[in-house]
Structures are given as C-alpha cells and as structure tokens.
Write a protein that binds this ligand. Structure first.
Ligand SMILES: [Fe+2]
Ligand SMILES: [Fe+2]
Length: 285
C-alpha cells in the first residue's frame, strides 16, 4: 500500500482548452484516486476561470497543490494601473483564490503531508537555457522578439521594479529562486517534492533545428534552479511544466518529471479524454 499517491499534470490552460477538458481531467483524477493532485502551473489566464478551475479540481481530489505558471500571472496595462502587476497576481490575488478554493499555492509557502514536504515556485527564465550558437540580435532576448517570433511573457507579464519598469528576467528568476530556497530551508521533513512551473535542467529542453524554436528555448527556465534543487539531498521528485513536451529523467537521485496537457492543437490523442489520460502521471511515493 503506497504511503502517498500523487496525480501530476501541468499546462491545462482551461481558458483556452475549455470546460470539456476540465470534466475529462476530473473524471481521470477520480479514476486514479490520488491523495494529492499537483498542477504545475499554466492553469488559466484570468481570475474567474482560475478560481472555477481550482474549485472543480478540488472536488475530485482530497488535496490540491498548485504553483503559478507564467500564463497565470499575465496582466494588462489597465490592470497594472489598478496596481495589479504580476507580483500582485503571484503574492495577493492567486493566494486568495487558492484559499477560497481550498487549494495550496506552493509559491506562498511549503506544506507537509505525512513525512513528505512539498515546496514550489513559478520559477522564471534567466536565459541560461538559451542556445549559445544561435545568431540573434543583441537585444532579442530582452525584447522577446526575433523575426516573426514574439515571446508573450514580454507583452503580458510585468514584474514591476517599484518604479513602473519591468524587472529583467534574470532578476525575476533570482528573486523567485531565493524564495524557493527559503521555503526549502523552512521544511524539516526528510523527504521533499519540489514543484516548479519552469524547467530546471537542460535535458528537459527539447532542442530542434529551427531558429524560432531555438530562440524560444531561452525562455524555458533556469539552470540555476536545477542547481538549487540538486543541492538539497532530500528532494527525490522534481515536477515541472511550461514546455508542452513531456519528459521523465533521472538526474542524480532526483526524478525530474514533466507531464503537461498543453493546447488541443498539440495533442497526440483524438480527444480531451485521451489527451488527459496520456498527460496525467501517477506517482506513488
Ligand atoms: Fe503552458
Ligand atoms: Fe508556461
């Protein structure tokens, strides 16, 4: 009899994928009967859909742990005028919505179930995953533009520096990594599961021989996040998302699992039921 059964998924994008996906996911979660459902970010853009999604998911699993994804902290110029930058989404609005739904937002702090601690973070990209041989204009990684490619976090995420300017991606990544480091230090369990939205290891990045694809890989995560996780000997499982390409690697003692649902156009399944069945991973700790 396993001590703790986890069901794991990420990138469900319910605002784009729609309610049938949520119904399929709930049915699948009930079928595998986990103790804890973990959703590693990119749940839904927009507060109302984020909340209704969490409420639905919480009704089909005893415990629901989530981290924010980049899509979950997107804002707009109008919202920013009302004080709602991406820090406010991450530190105020999302924690309130999670509390309302009975879910745990790991960005806000770690939780313990039995003898296992769970710590997590949105994480951010710091360009350490960029392809160094790719010939792009000097400014491209700062603007998110390269040819016809536009990385949307540069348009819709705004982590304010306190003076109306967006912080650099490296500073955002460093701040969020420092927060996760503090959360890990606060855990006294001998076993830890880490959950990040963005990737932590190069092996999780899908490399393709296409310039646009290669450019976007710069925005997949942070190798320094991987260094932080590897330095903690208690971490046995590290869950991530963000890329919509699944992977399951052994990195030293850590199982590094990415099990995204992704967008309907990316599914290699005929329908939502099949896509959810493929994507939802079950881990018995
Ligand atoms: Fe995503
Ligand atoms: Fe993402």
């Amino acid at each position: 009899m396993p001590a703790v059964r986890l069901a794991v998924i990420s990138d469900i994008h319910i605002d784009l994928n729609g309610a049938p996906v949520l119904d399929a996911l709930c049915a699948r979660v009930r079928a595998v009967s986990p103790d804890i459902l973990i959703v590693a970010g990119d749940i839904a853009t927009g507060a109302a859909t984020f909340l209704s999604t969490l409420l639905a998911l919480k009704s089909c699993a005893p415990e629901l742990l989530v981290v924010a994804g980049n899509h979950d902290v997107w804002t707009s110029p109008k919202a920013r005028l009302a004080g709602l930058d991406s820090w406010a989404w991450l530190d105020k609005l999302l924690p309130a919505l999670c509390t309302e739904a009975g879910a745990h937002l790991l960005d806000a702090g770690p939780v313990v179930f039995g003898n296992v601690g769970f710590a997590g973070s949105l994480g951010w990209f710091d360009l350490t995953m960029r392809e160094h041989l790719l010939d792009v204009p000097a400014d491209a990684y700062r603007t998110g533009r390269f040819g016809a490619v536009m990385w949307n976090d540069h348009r819709f995420a705004h982590f304010d520096d306190g003076q109306g300017k967006n912080l650099s991606s490296e500073v955002i990544a460093e701040r969020l990594r420092d927060r996760l480091s503090a959360h890990l230090k606060g855990l006294s369990t001998s076993r830890v599961v880490a959950v990040t939205h963005m990737l932590a290891w190069d092996r999780q990045v899908a490399r393709r021989d296409r310039a646009g694809w290669s450019f976007v890989n710069a925005f997949m995560g942070s190798l320094r996040m991987g260094e932080l996780l590897q330095a903690d000997p208690r971490i046995e499982l590290a869950i991530a998302g963000h890329t919509h390409i699944p992977s399951d690697h052994r990195i030293g003692r850590i199982r590094a699992l990415v099990s995204p649902l992704g967008y309907a156009r990316e599914w290699r399944a005929p329908d939502a039921v099949g896509a959810v069945e493929k994507a939802l991973a079950v881990v018995d700790l």
